[in-house]
Each structure stands twice: as structure tokens, then as C-alpha cells.
Design a protein. Sequence first.
Length: 404
Amino acid sequence: MTASLFSEVPAGIPDPILGVTEAFRADAHPGKVNLGVGIYQDALGKIPMLECIKRAASKWAETEDTKTYLPIDGVAPYNTATQELLFGKDSPLLKEKRVATIQSVGGSGALKLAIEFILRFLPETTVYLSDPSWENHRVIFEAAGAKVETYPYYDPKTNGLRAADMLAALRKLKPKSTVLLHACCHNPTGVDLDADTWREIAGICAERDLIPLIDFAYQGFAEGLQADSEPIRMFADKGLTFFVCNSYSKSFSIYRERCGALSVVTGSAKEATNVLSQLKRIVRMIYSSPPSYGAHLISIALTTPELRTLWEKELDEMRSRILDMRKLFASRLADAVPNRDFSFMLKQRGMFSYSGLSVEVVRELRERYHIYALDSGRICVAALNQGNIDLVCGAIASILKEKS
């Protein structure tokens, strides 16, 4: 036989998050717990199918009448509903038609479209990520050819924010640098910016002519739909032009349908039209047109009054359950390891907690107790429930006591 075309292809480096999930699935232990993957689970440890989505699916089954391609920019009512959710139905931006929105293949797809557009028209930009940030941010941006650097964010000594260092670093960036910002529920730390810091960042972006790229994957999981979108509306009120990548995976528990959008705030209706035309060219180059099913379900849920009300109720319940588990997690750990302070967890928001656990502790949790978390110490609080929290806290306490 001739040599295989693929004989020199090396094995790829496992994704740090998906690699943990693969190890979890391969573990035959009946009491295993996966705290690594960022997926919401209910009180029974199940990934819920929201009732609003079930009802929307029934409506769509009755009305769908074709399987032809969607337009390149996606489902029009979906894009309109997305704009209203992000910026407010009465936003001047929408009245002036200054926002170009395009349906994307999940939040990751929105990030891909954003960086492709940015590099096409600003090829010399450098993208700055928080230190740390979601691992896939760097992967997506570097694969597109962007230079990626970081700015100070998380302080492991205080388990909080390096606000002063962050602001100082942003003030030194070159004009037209791209700054990736997490709107809320920072991934992976759970440490969010307060309103004053957001205002300062908006001012710095205006003064330094920076390009804000806002990742908004968890709207509704911090304080609520309106409150969580305040940073975006603050940037709009400042008169900035910027990018917003949003995802519905978590808020609608519709992960496999890959529903997201990229919205670009421009200076005029003409600019928005031109930007959208360029985004459509990029989509055409990559995948031609987006999938239909999930976008239509979300569109129905957002635009049907009774389903919209039901969705907001279900979203509130998910947020409340995560908060309850965060409080219980911190309380149980405080009781089990009284010589260590876990109160910082109560200041974090969203699905994740940077637990402060070392790589060594995380690996012992995996090897001895079949509890899976990321090496960074990031724990998915949404994966905790009454059935596993005692096991998790007991295992952490046992290891920490041995090392004290």
C-alpha cells in the first residue's frame, strides 16, 4: 500500500472543557459528577426542555410550509426580536435603523462572524481578552488570523476584580484595538463589572477609539433581562459603535439548535445596510445560510405574548435555582472548612464560580471522588443540586483538610 495521506497528521489537543466531559462520560462510576461543562441543569440534574419551547414547537409544526433555505441573514422576526431584547423596543438605535443584526450558528458563530468582519476592514487590530477568558475566544480569534493579547481582570489573591489595573491597561491601548468584554456572568470566573466600572470603560473606549466586542451569552442569568443588558445600553447611550454577540443556548435551554446572533451598532442607517451586506458575504463564504428550526421556535416564543411571559418565568426560575445553589455551596463549604473563606463565591454571578481550588485539588477530586471540574478551578454551579452537593462539598473539604 502507498503511504496514507493522513499518516503524518498528529492528534489534536483536547479542548479543556469538552475533554473533561469526554473523561466524565468514559467514567463508569455510578456516583460521578460533572461540574465542568457550562450547561444548565435542573434540580434533578437534567437539562430541561422549557415549556415555552415545547409550545412554540407545536405552533411551528402547524405553520411550517417549506424546507427551502433561509435568507443569508436568517429569520427576520428573530433578528428583530433579538434587537429589541438587547437594546430595548423603544431604543433610538432601532428607530434610526442603526443596528445590523444577522442570525448566527450559536454564540461561537457570532464571534466568528465578528472577527472575520473586523479583520477584513481593520486587519492591523489586536484583540484584547480578559485574563482569564473563555478558552474558545482565543481559539476563534487566532484561527481567523488575529493577534490576541490580554488585559488584567481576575485577582486570585482576592478572588475578585483587578479593576484599577484593568482600567489602566485599557487606557494604554492603541486606537482601533478590539476589546472583548463579557456583558455579565463572566466566563470562567463569575466576577462581573459594576456599573461604575462599565461607565469608565465606555468612556475609555470613546476616548481611545477602541472597538468594543461584547459577548452576551447569559442574558437573564445575572439579575434579569433588563438589568443584564444595561452595559450594552450604556455603550449605546455613549454614542459608541460596537459589536454584540449573543446566544440563546442557555436562556432557552436550546443548546443543540445553535441559536445566536451578531448585532453591530453603526453610525447611521446607511452604515447598517452596508455592514449587513458585508456580513452576508462572510456568511455566504462559510455556510451560506443558517439553520431554521431553533430560530423559528425562539422567534415564536419571543413574539407570542403568552409564550414570552412563560419564558421569562422559566428564565427567572433557572436564575433563582443557580443562586440558591451558589448560596448553599458557599455555606456548606464554610461549615466543612471553617478555616477557609468562601464568601467570595456569593459575589460571583451566573453559572460559573472560580472556586479558588488548585489544579492538584481538582485532579484529586477527579481521580479519588469521580467529580469533574476544570483544571482552572472553574465549577459550573448550575450542575449542583440537592442530590450531589453534599458529595461535592464533602470531597472538597476532605482534600483541603488533608493539605492544611
